[in-house]
Design a binder for this molecule. Structure first.
Ligand code: C2E
Ligand code: MG
Ligand code: MG
Ligand code: MG
Length: 291
């Protein structure tokens, strides 16, 4: 953090903004090359069955490993990818890479679900359902284990189109989750008509477990809502045992979070899956140590 010696307040601010702007330009330029330089990769975060503590799925999360800048997280580069139109090719790469990895695990006998995040642009593409169909066919993955994650904002724009598209996707055999549920503007009236399989309770709610009765009520309401609509429910961002045992008590189906494991490489996840028993002891240590 640099302070200009003879600069006035606004002068310094101007400089910082300038620097920010050129960093963004630089990232834009680098990102346009990331795909063919093979700098993108997927990490996978385990999803735990709350009843037995088994790994029943993973969420694929993109990372950008730049040669000199190091690891860049999606929060930093996905907005840039969306602005520049790069998100379409990156999104398609994510789909193919995740399906290939899922196929490999299936061939090894690990029947786990793979959650794949979709961007709004990707989902809105006319050709999106066709793209998914083609990738499923090319990779030979069993679609029963593919779970596409959409946000509430994707779900709630152009609702009738979205419902048709979700139905078409489900006809391919994949399942659909609503990501970060509770943070957007889902209309509960529409939810009933949505061909959705799972609600992912946003980390914002999980992290406030124990802090207020109101928060507790919100989480139990989401779980009850999911149950009455015949949907699955997973809590995101489970970081400690207090949260895990409360979620167990109110019969949340699945959990995901640092308590169990951070997102890890496909190789490390593979090692986790071949452990003779990776059942989680909720009162004991997490299944995977931080690396
Ligand atoms: P998300 O889909 O809600 O993913 C969950 C995020 O929460 C991940 O951040 C994950 O590392 C983080 N997380 C998981 N457990 C915990 C926990 O216990 N505590 C805390 N503090 N954080 C936890 P990440 O990997 O940085 O991804 C951020 C967001 O970027 C994702 O949120 C998703 O919206 C987006 N994203 C990631 N990969 C992709 C992708 O392949 N395609 C698209 N379109 N978006 C992606
Ligand atoms: Mg997600
Ligand atoms: Mg989420
Ligand atoms: Mg998100």
């Amino acid at each position: 953090y640099q302070v200009k010696k003879n600069g006035k307040g606004h002068y310094r601010f101007y400089n910082d903004k300038d620097q920010l702007y050129s960093k963004k330009l630089m990232l834009e330029k680098e990102l346009s090359q990331a795909l063919y330089r093979n700098e993108l990769m997927l990490h996978y975060q385990p999803q735990i069955d709350a009843l037995h503590g088994r790994v029943i799925g993973v969420e694929a999360l993109i990372r950008w490993e730049h040669a000199t800048l190091g690891m860049i997280m999606p929060g930093e580069f996905i907005p840039i990818a969306e602005e520049t139109g790069l998100m379409l090719s990156i999104g398609e790469w994510v789909l193919r890479e995740a399906c290939q990895q899922a196929k490999q695990w299936q061939d090894e006998g690990h029947m786990i679900k793979i959650g794949i995040n979709l961007s709004a642009q990707q989902f809105e593409q006319e050709s999106f359902v066709g793209t998914v169909a083609r990738i499923l066919k090319q990779t030979g993955v069993d679609p029963v284990y593919i779970d596409l994650e959409i946000t509430e904002s994707i779900a709630m724009t152009h609702i009738s189109n979205v419902i048709d598209k979700l139905k078409a996707l489900k006809e391919l055999g994949v399942s659909i989750s609503i990501d970060d549920f509770g943070t957007g503007y889902s209309s509960l009236a529409y939810l009933e008509n949505f061909p959705v399989d799972k609600l992912k309770i946003a980390r914002e709610f999980t992290s406030r477990i124990g802090s207020s009765q109101a928060n507790h009520m919100i989480i139990s309401s989401i779980i009850n809502l999911a149950r009455s609509l015949n949907m699955n429910v997973i809590a995101e961002g489970v970081e400690n045992h207090e949260q895990a045992s409360m979620l167990q008590q109110i019969r949340c189906h699945e959990m995901q979070g640092y308590l169990f494991s951070k997102p890890i490489s496909a190789e490390d996840l593979g090692k986790l899956l071949i452990k003779p028993s990776f059942a989680v002891d909720f009162k004991g240590a997490a299944v995977v140590e931080d690396s």
